[in-house]
Design a protein around this ligand. Structure first.
Ligand code: HEM
Ligand code: SF4
Ligand code: SF4
Length: 420
């Protein structure tokens, strides 16, 4: 694959030479033979948004201005469609501060951050990182910008974390658990510490509904912006809309085919696959627990032999392995590709905290170690609440914007040329 990239790069250099020759020929014709001809080229007025350029630079696209538009990046990218490829044009739009074009573009999220273009760019302009910076700005653009900005640095994150921490501490206080921890029958029982019907169910349902509403609002607006731009450029209204294209897109996602198209960081696909399936497994475990507790009135904790425990424990183990691989690969590729932004690390560490505290709470309960078990359980609830409330503003939102962009690409035929 690396050889192919070099070949492609040579082709691009040859292409550039050919273009230069054509240009020279054209210049000769113009000066010696041709009479002036009026050409009706529609003019586009460009209004650069300097503030936006600065934001891209400050959000991780620091080398943006080094780009001299050679297009090597678009040639080496395995994920770009042949027609109107990325990321060269995005580099130009970002240099010119064309915020509207970038915000309503599916290509920002079709990029999988494999960094093949970063490794091959002759100017070290790091196009993949510029796209990543713009993706973060998309999240901010379609949600509440101030919150996304706060989640981009440690001070802001601490400030934001006060809400979930305070909510869980208040819930513990209201149930009187600061004055003595529950020990029914001499055992550790989490439902006695944090009431499922009066605390857990309403709290997490409200947080989940909030996140879903924010995602629907942001995702719909993103879809609308992409469609408006697509139609303005002459694209026809797709025969099948979002929901008709959702199924095939999800089945493509299950195998992570696109991730595997990357050359430089192909190994990240397996790490992501594990985290992704762990997330689905834990979501299913939660739904199953709701069925048991809220509808069938079966009391927790469940026996280790219960299938719900198998699913939960296998998913948590897959998640821990996956997120550890994510971290290891970040270090392995750091010399070539950098360590990634604070925004990325916040998601990775939040997932790690949720999984580690979940497994820790179970092990401490089985080892009958109170009050440590209750403390770790409280941290587990705080970290899940943090993930839920801030999902639409943090990197967690990538799952929604990427999905919407992938569905849009399928609906409009933008996928032609990608081997999926
Ligand atoms: C629609 C579903 C999803 C898609 C299409 C998707 C796609 C991607 C892609 C392409 C990346 C690499 C680029 C980047 O760092 O932004 C990534 C990173 C990541 N995703 Fe997802 N994702 C999805 C859902 C999820 C879910 C459900 C989780 C887990 C809660 C998750 C966790 C992560 C993590 C931790 C990273 C960072 C990986 C790294 O640094 O190598 N993703 N995702
Ligand atoms: S980002 Fe690099 S490879 Fe891409 S067009 Fe600019 S200089 Fe060329
Ligand atoms: S980071 Fe990878 S997917 Fe994204 S533009 Fe560069 S080569 Fe293409």
């Amino acid at each position: 694959m690396a050889d192919e990239s070099v070949e492609k790069k040579d082709e691009s250099a040859e292409g550039a030479d050919a273009a230069a020759e054509q240009k020279e020929e054209a210049a000769e014709v113009t000066s010696e033979e041709a009479a002036p001809v009026a050409v009706d080229v529609p003019a586009e007025t460009v209004t650069p948004d300097i503030g936006f350029v600065k934001d891209v630079i400050n959000s991780g696209g620091a080398d943006l201005k080094k780009c001299y538009q050679c297009a090597t990046c678009s040639v080496v990218c395995n994920l770009t469609p042949d027609d109107n490829p990325f990321p060269r044009k995005e580099m130009q739009w970002a240099q010119w501060g064309l915020k509207d074009k970038l915000m309503g573009s599916p290509d920002i999220w079709l990029c999988h951050q494999c960094s093949d273009c970063v490794a091959q760019c002759p100017r070290d302009a790091k196009p993949g990182k510029v796209l990543q910076a713009v993706a973060k700005m998309t999240i901010s653009n379609y949600s509440i910008g101030g919150v996304t900005k706060a989640l981009g640095n440690i001070g802001g994150t601490i400030l934001m974390a006060i809400i979930p921490i305070a909510v869980i501490l208040i819930a513990i206080a209201v149930q009187g658990n600061f004055s003595g921890i529950p020990r029914p029958g001499g055992e550790i029982v989490y439902s006695e510490f944090m009431d499922i019907y009066r605390v857990i169910d309403p709290l997490f349902t409200i947080a989940a509904i909030f996140a879903v509403i924010m995602f629907i609002v942001g995702g719909r607006k993103y879809w609308k912006d992409m469609m408006t731009r697509y139609q303005a450029a002459g694209g026809k209204v797709p025969a099948k809309g979002f929901f008709a294209n959702l199924g095939p897109t999800l089945s493509e996602l299950m195998a992570h085919k696109r991730f595997r198209e990357c050359d430089e960081t192909k190994d990240r696909a397996n790490a992501h696959l594990l985290v992704f399936y762990a997330f689905l497994g834990l979501a299913l475990t939660t739904a199953w627990a709701v069925l048991y507790i809220d509808f069938l009135h079966i009391e927790s904790p469940f026996a280790l032999s219960n299938p719900i425990k198998w699913l939960g424990n296998i998913s948590a183990a897959a998640g821990i392995i996956g997120i550890t691989m994510v971290i290891i690969y970040r270090f392995v590729h750091s010399e070539k590709l950098g360590m990634g932004s604070y925004f990325d690390w916040l998601l990775i560490l939040t997932i790690l905290l949720i999984l580690a505290s979940g497994i820790g709470a179970e092990m401490l309960r089985l080892a009958d170690l109170a009050p440590a078990a209750y403390i770790v359980y409280a941290i587990h609830l705080m970290s899940i609440l943090f993930l839920f409330i801030y999902a639409p503003f943090s990197k967690m939102a990538h799952m929604v914007y990427r999905l919407v962009a992938l569905v849009f690409a399928r609906a409009t035929g933008r996928d032609v040329g990608v081997g999926v």
